[in-house]
Design a protein around this ligand. Structure first.
Ligand code: COA
Ligand code: ZN
Length: 301
């Protein structure tokens, strides 16, 4: 069986776009259920300005609770700048995902910096925290809500600039769901060829119902892990048209059927997704949460 790493990012990307504050206890209960379902790696929050994303203002509490309870799991957080990286490391995290965008306009909208300024910020982060694992998020890697489809050459150039800073792991993010299978194939083949020893993960939004397909194509073309959000919750508040991530339960269901070993307990995951759906008023793109119990017999031959 082919092993595949499914990285749950619902507690960050999923929650960040929800208007009403989700009580910290509810966030922790959801993370507990995800842990029980078998996730080894979860993005549990982000250390961003509470003015920009008030929903995640409890980031420190969430991190402290989870590190104490799950010391063996890989827990990480998104950070938009040096301040966020410092706060995340002070809270005890040993892995962070700094974010910058491939497109200038989304980077400015999202983190109020030019791409060059963000690269300088990444340099400071890399130098200040040499022992922290950095998995660099590249937003709008496939397309931008303001600039449209992004050329793969520009992505290779940006990865190159980050690579020379010592950053060796990347997550290519389809922030508003503009990717499509042949583009995903081209992007993964190109970056893997240009940087064969670097890690490339995939993060897709399901805006146009291509989340599962694009994630699958990324895996087939060498993606080291696939990110998704429970229930298909998610979206960037600074990207017009942003919608939910690929839903983790839809993804795990598909991967299980296709013979991948996800090490996730699907029944426990689906129960968690339904719980999230029942307690959060948000934008869910998942399909499995709406299927009634025992709708029909799905026989595997
Ligand atoms: N965490 C907490 N507080 C932060 C912070 C962080 N990472 N970065 C900055 N701040 C605080 C500063 O301390 C300052 O506080 P003050 O007003 O009380 O003095 C304030 O925010 C402004 O700081 P500044 O450096 O000028 O930030 P900014 O206004 O230029 O905002 C970002 C830039 C990146 C901090 C902000 O745009 C942000 O957090 N964006 C979130 C992006 C995001 O998460 N998008 C979705 C995921 S892709
Ligand atoms: Zn996202």
């Amino acid at each position: 069986m082919k092993k595949v790493k499914v990285v749950e990012i619902g507690p960050r990307d999923g929650f960040q776009n929800v208007k009403e504050f989700i009580p910290t206890e509810t966030k922790l209960r959801i993370i507990d259920q995800l842990m029980a379902a078998g996730f080894q790696k979860i993005q549990i929050t982000s250390f961003v300005s509470p003015k920009a994303i008030p929903q995640l203002r409890d980031c420190r509490q969430v991190v402290e609770h989870c590190l104490a309870k799950y010391p063996k799991n890989k827990l990480f957080a998104l950070v938009p700048n040096f301040t966020g990286a410092r706060l995340a490391v002070e809270a005890g995290l040993t892995e962070i995902s700094p974010v910058l965008s491939l497109s200038e306009s989304h980077n400015m909208n999202n983190v109020k910096r030019t791409v060059a300024q963000s690269i300088e910020e990444m340099k400071k982060i890399r130098q200040a925290f040499p022992d922290v694992k950095i998995t660099q998020d590249i937003a709008t890697a496939f397309g931008c809500p303001f600039e449209g489809e992004m050329p793969v050459e520009a992505l290779v150039e940006l990865v190159g600039k980050l690579h020379v800073l010592g950053i060796r792991a990347f997550t290519l993010c389809d922030t508003v769901g503009l990717a499509y299978p042949t583009l995903v194939e081209k992007v993964f083949r190109t970056v893997k060829k240009a940087f064969p020893s670097d890690e490339f993960n995939v993060h897709i939004h399901d805006t146009r119902n291509m989340g599962i397909l694009n994630s699958y194509v990324a895996l087939q073309n060498g993606a080291d892990s696939v990110q998704s959000a429970v229930g298909g919750l998610g979206g960037c508040p600074f990207a017009p048209g942003a919608s939910g991530n690929t839903s983790t339960e839809d993804l795990v269901y598909m991967l299980n059927k296709c013979g991948y070993d996800t090490e996730i307990d699907f029944a426990a995951l689906l129960k968690t997704a339904k719980y999230v759906h029942s307690v959060i008023d948000g934008n869910f793109s998942g399909h499995q949460i709406n299927i009634p119990e025992k709708p029909c017999v799905i026989r595997q031959v």
